[in-house]
Design a protein around this ligand. Structure first.
Ligand code: CA
Length: 228
């Protein structure tokens, strides 16, 4: 599985990002400053670097340029973490060599989407991610199969798509409208209650106790969120 190096001095953020990536099956290493980060870039050969700009010691933009100049590391994709405003201009305007950037505060769903998108653009370096995992729940994306512990869970196509959409955005509240658009498509004329009905069916299959769901949580008046 692909290895991600997170260079970020904000420990809590670094841990949050690491947890999310590990839950998606990535191997993650972290580094709290630029010098140590550069050492790990050279020693660990990560498949992706998530790089904060404001770091103690060697800053992110300088580190990015060093990585790009070194032929043994130049190919490694880099996603910058940046504070809103002037830092974004620096990344975009000065052509630091970053592949993408995510603005703080980091929305985890967006972050994962950027990571996947960047990894997809790297030819032949990574097996397209096939598994979504949450505790004993495992989803095989290419095989379209779901396992809870050792047992296979049989889902309808829409239940499967719904579960994948929720798991890919874990921790993020998805509105019924958004779910309808993503899972049923723009043109599909379905009632919003269809989402609720499918959520109920899904819960009966993947929750330990469907009457008090721990995985698919209802956010009253908004929508649903996948936890774990
Ligand atoms: Ca920082």
């Amino acid at each position: 599985m692909a290895k991600v190096l997170i260079i970020e001095d904000e420990q809590i953020l670094a841990n949050n990002l690491a947890d999310k990536l590990r839950a998606e099956g990535f191997t993650v290493i972290t580094s709290p400053d630029g010098e140590d980060g550069l050492e790990k870039v050279r020693g660990e050969h990560p498949d992706l670097i998530v790089l904060d700009i404001m770091l103690p010691g060697l800053d992110g933009l300088s580190l990015c340029r060093i990585v790009r100049r070194d032929t043994s590391t130049a190919h490694i994709p880099i996603i910058m973490l940046t504070a809103r405003g002037t830092e974004v201009d620096k990344i975009v305007g000065l052509e630091s060599g970053a592949d993408d950037y995510v603005v703080k505060p980091v929305a985890l769903g967006e972050f994962l989407a950027r990571v996947r998108a960047v990894m997809r653009r790297v030819p032949g370096r990574m097996v397209i991610q096939d598994k979504l995992v949450s505790d004993d729940l495992e989803v095989s994306l290419t095989g379209r199969r779901v396992f809870k512990g050792d047992a296979e869970v049989k889902l309808s196509n829409k239940e499967f798509d719904l579960l994948v959409e929720l798991m890919r955005n874990r921790g993020v509240v998805l509105s019924r409208d958004l779910i309808l658009t993503k899972v049923w498509g723009y043109d599909y004329f379905v009632d919003k209650r269809t989402v609720d009905v499918h959520i109920r069916w899904l819960r009966e299959k993947i929750e330990n106790d469907a009457s008090s769901p721990q995985r698919i949580v209802t956010v009253r008046g908004v929508g649903y969120r996948f936890e774990g």
